[in-house]
Ligand binder design. Structure first.
Ligand code: IPE
Ligand code: IPE
Ligand code: MG
Length: 263
């Protein structure tokens, strides 16, 4: 959190907002459905791919801001298993953009001590994309800060199917040993906390097959802002909104819990 305050110049317009954030209640894991690139382009009479290009700086901002806030994990939904339904030239452009992102942003990832990873059915990706991912993962392996998961060819149901397969393959797992903990331990996000905050840009009120298991108790934040317009300020607003929520996990709210203790 201090890293964010230090990074903002005294006259930076986001400084006042950043100071409102409670450093003791930073979400441990933030997940983002980066949606609205096509609509951003359509509003400007540009091809959809121009919207995807315009979304890259928002990725950089989200990564740097989360790293400076002290968020432990950030998962960004970049391509779903359903996105193959899109026209071939759009899909090909997304792979080109991803490779360009990895080439250009490796410096940002290293400077911010980011541990880079990818989740999804990666073996179905073009080999050049797999190689670019592997090389970025290797370069970032010594880092110890923010865990960045890029979800590519990712589906929440596919992930659960893969977890079940992995458990069945280890025939040593007896039915009694199949618990919520062992399922979690076989997901792509094994070892990471579940998302506390799930952000979706561009106003759609759905989860589109993202992290279905892990978001059981995530706080949802949907903004009409389109992904290419999603700024540091927008992210800080989402975190502040999250900090106002009363998370109950099926129990009592914080006020009711205090009252119950006194009665
Ligand atoms: C999100 O933007 C990026 C990907 C799914 C790859 P969209 O391309 O879905 O943009 P809209 O929803 O059509 O505006
Ligand atoms: C979700 O967005 C997937 C990503 C952001 C990568 P979509 O644009 O694919 O979702 P739907 O089709 O509107 O549900
Ligand atoms: Mg969309």
């Amino acid at each position: 959190m201090q890293a964010l305050l230090d990074a903002l110049a005294p006259d930076h317009p986001d400084l006042a907002l950043a100071r409102e954030i409670d450093p003791d209640r930073i979400p441990r894991h933030v997940a983002i459905i980066m949606d609205g690139n096509g609509r951003w382009a359509a509003q400007r009479n540009l091809p959809r791919v121009a919207g995807h290009k315009a979304g890259v700086p928002s990725v950089r901002t989200a990564v740097e801001t989360c790293a400076r806030l002290g968020v432990e994990a950030l998962t960004l939904y970049a391509f779903s298993v359903e996105n193959w339904k899109r026209p071939r030239p759009e899909v090909d452009m997304l792979w080109r953009l991803l490779r360009a992102y990895l080439r250009l942003e490796i410096g940002t990832l290293m400077r911010n001590n980011v541990q880079f990873g990818a989740i999804g059915r990666l073996d179905a990706l073009p080999s050049a994309v797999q190689e670019a991912l592997d090389s970025a993962i290797r370069r970032c392996a010594p880092n110890t800060g923010l865990k960045l998961n890029i979800a590519i060819n990712y589906g929440g149901r596919a992930e659960i199917v893969d977890a079940v397969k992995a458990m069945v393959e280890k025939s040593c797992i007896a039915p009694l040993e199949i618990t919520e903990e062992t399922v979690s331990a076989h997901l792509y996000t094994a070892g990471q906390p579940d998302p506390d905050l799930l952000i979706r840009t561009s106003g759609e009120m759905r989860v589109s097959n993202f992290l279905l298991w892990q978001i059981a108790y995530a706080e949802l934040y949907v903004t009409d802002t389109l992904w290419p317009d999603f700024s540091q300020r927008e992210l800080l607003k989402a975190v502040l909104d999250y900090q106002k929520r009363d998370r109950r996990f099926g129990g009592l709210g914080s006020r009711e819990a205090v009252n119950a203790a006194h009665s």
